[in-house]
Design a protein around this ligand. Sequence first.
Ligand code: ZN
Length: 684
Amino acid sequence: MKNLWNDADAEKMVADYAKKGVGRELALRVYTTRLLGGEPRLVLHGGGNTSCKTKGTDLVGDEWDVLCVKGSGWDMAVIEPQGLPAVKMGALLKARALDKLSDEDMVALQRSNLIDPASPNPSVETLLHAFLPHKFVDHTHSTAILAIVDQEDSKALIKAVFGSKMGYVPYIKPGFDLAKVAAEVYDADPSVEGLILDKHGIFTFGDDARQAYDRMIHYVTVAEDYVAKNGKPQAAKAALPAKLAKPSEIAPMLRGAVAVARGEGRFDRMISDFRTSDAIVDFINSAKIADYAGRGVSTPDLSIRIKTGPMAVPAPDADRLGDYKAVIRSHVEVFVKDYTAYFETNDALDDVKRTMLDPMPRLTLVPGLGMFGHGRTLKDARIASDVGEMWIEAVRGAEAIGNFQPLSKADLFPLEYWSLEQAKLASNKPKPLTGQVVLITGGAGAIGAATAKLFAANGAHAVIVDLDPAKATEAAKAAGNNSIGVGADITNPAEMRAAFDKAVAVYGGVDILVSNAGAAWEGRIGELDDATLRKSFELNFFAHQSAAQNAVRIMLEQGTGGVLLFNTSKQAINPGPKFGAYGLPKAATLFLSRQYALDYGAQGIRSNAVNADRIRSGLLTDAMIASRSTARGLSEKDYMSGNLLGQEVTADDVAQAFLHQALADRTTADVTTVDGGNIAAALR
Ligand SMILES: [Zn+2]
């Protein structure tokens, strides 16, 4: 592994932080922490930690010996000094004399000795850092180190590979007990330059930041070289079907299979992130992939991301795609059964009250194609894929030099169900639409953009489809929550299909359609030319039908229901003069909505319409408002609020109606009026 230390960069960071009152030691601690954190083969998403023993000053000016140690929730790659909270050393060192210390008391001890009480929780490995005397201590879950420690006879191998300069620490769950044993190993031979933690990772230490970092890179390189020199050829490859199905063809099936059924037709859905590369496919095409997956995670910390390990499914045969949904479902069933048994067996061993986490896999390996990370958000799904790539690296290395034998699941359990680990995930409280994907046509217009924003704020990922790709991207950015923009002429069936394919490629599927795009043409119906009426039908009716067909196709593959929402118009119910070209297809679309409600209700797919009126938008521009209000002898304000409530109706009000229809999961074939009250257009 390349050593990235650079004197000029290090000194620049020291100088930059000096201006902000941060001392040299802490600045260098930030520097090498970022070097380590930027390398996924060392550290992934919150795993790993570093520390530095220095001086800290409290609010009344008293100076203390402190341990600046990585705080929970901070990513090492982008850490700042405040991500390394300072804890008073005196109290931490005294704890070593205790016989035992519960996890909760350990957290209390650490928190109550923070210099700044607003700091994040110091790492669960804080005491291990404190009990070692070195100024700088670095800890990673290097994949090359894991290849060596995840072996049956790992103790002997560790000695053989690393020699006497690295201490051996048997597997113990992180916390007080591990910290004490690690310190004892160090005390028994203070000449060691670091510690290898069986089934877990590596610590290195030094008198300065560079020494600890250099040692980390050195010992990781020793492990890499050992694997490279002693690697045996890979296991045989599994036979693949002559023609493989595409990832987009199986993504909705898989996404549906890993959704958590809440009963009575309700689901907690997941996002699926597809990831592939030659290295990924080469590894998961192994004939032994299901066996490897069943053995577990490469380092226990990964259990909060991919539970007890990945799920492997067979390669999908393009010619037998019809059977594949059942194949996936049966594999998910087995995973759930095994996970439930794992929970029940290990939970029964003591009196601690625990609630089982959802038993769904978070990483699916598909030979021939690649892998899918699953998570309640796109971010979590991508983290699961990142973890999957590093799991593959570690297992490939371990299998090359022996047999991948990670921590047993019985030993993993206390860590997965450890209150301190669960706390890392507790901040991700789900919103009403978390895990759901909404596709919005006309998404960059006033109503579309307002709807995208509101749905994203409620947890959905939005796919904003608009004729103008730049505006679609802009609206996606404004909506936030990792939403995307797609340019498409939705009157062209191929472009409509491509927009849905994009939704499947990025998120794995679609749960909500807001079929919103529309445009108006005017003219007295008897004199209207045919071409205009047909053009209006293309956009105001057929595009709705094409969007709904695509959405239903995906929803049926998922098997988790869904909802179609149509923007019809007051015109669908109460025609306006010279607006026939607009009102006729809109009336057809209103009935289209009812037809979908009727035909797909049994599959849990709901269908509703909103008929909005007089909304300031691309259909009713400021110029039109000015001319119409003048023509009627009204002020603009009186014209816009000419309804029963006497209030202007906005795009946000329409968005609220769509949201309500998406959330009201016992409502279908509904028409919601958003016009401030217009008795002539009221439904009867
Ligand atoms: Zn660790």
